[in-house]
Design a protein around this ligand. Structure first.
Ligand code: 16G
Length: 241
């Protein structure tokens, strides 16, 4: 099964083989994979080599370990295209999943300097600061902190942000959402994020900052969010022109 003459290291070939078995469904989501001992016998390599392959797959998020129980196959990551500008609610609907939110913060604050600058506000102008955990089929995917100018979108309340904010903005105001710039950075979960997202402290997290603009050119939201890196990957198509 493995090519001992190949320049590709053994652990790498094992990783690819395990990935193939996950893809084909031979190793099912949420099920254990064979033990290190079994794998080392199957592949005819040392347990150390198997351990390296499995650890790499755990670090990538394809597998996860549970103490005393074994190594399990993770759910497939959500593939989020970085092309269209969609809302969380729309993204989930497209996948046949249900989006829900838990509101963990809702307040009116005077815009902090970086937010005021990005939203073209005067110093002291008020914004809503909305903190939501976003769930897909009941599982936490991201924590979002949204800043929205009150003067632009007055009358936002807690029941509105339990649903889709974009739907509210486009349906209850004479606005059309146009575009956004997004910056994605790798971080690790702090204590709060680990509790909110139900992931271990220090687990990989994708921090995204989005600055969104209406078709009339007005910036209307800054969103700072933390996405679970074990559940999300972002895909972009690039052109060489
Ligand atoms: C997405 C956006 C967020 C936006 C939200 C609106 C990112 C990476 N994504 O989660 O900026 O505020 O959708 O969703 O920031 P909603 O219409 O379901 O409330």
């Amino acid at each position: 099964m493995l090519d001992k003459k190949s320049p590709l290291p053994m652990y790498y070939q094992i990783e690819e083989d395990i990935k193939g078995k996950i893809e084909s469904g031979l190793f099912g989501v949420g099920k254990t994979i064979p033990s290190e001992r079994e794998l080392s016998e199957q592949y005819g390599v040392s347990r150390m080599t198997v351990r390296q392959a499995v650890s790499n797959l755990v670090n990538e998020g394809a597998l996860y370990r549970e103490k005393g129980k074994g190594t399990f196959v993770s759910e497939r990551k959500i593939e989020q295209p970085l092309t269209g500008m969609t809302s969380f609610t729309e993204d989930m609907k497209k996948r046949g999943m249900t989006a829900t939110s838990r509101l963990i913060g809702f307040s009116v604050i005077s815009a902090p300097p970086d937010i005021a600058r990005k939203l073209h506000l005067e110093q002291g102008e008020e914004v809503y600061e909305i903190q939501r955990i976003r769930f897909a089929d009941g599982k936490p995917m991201a924590v979002e902190r949204t800043f929205l100018p009150i003067a632009l979108v007055p009358g936002v309340d807690e029941s509105i942000v339990m649903g889709s904010l974009y739907e509210h903005i486009e349906e209850n105001h004479d606005y059309k959402i146009d575009k956004a710039t997004q910056v994605i950075e790798a971080t690790t979960a702090d204590q709060e994020q680990s509790e909110l997202l139900a992931i271990p402290y220090g687990a990989a997290v994708l921090h995204i900052e989005r600055l969104s603009v209406l078709t009339n050119g007005t910036p209307f939201e800054v969103v700072k969010s933390s996405y679970r890196a074990d559940r999300y990957k972002f895909i972009s198509e690039i052109h060489r022109t």
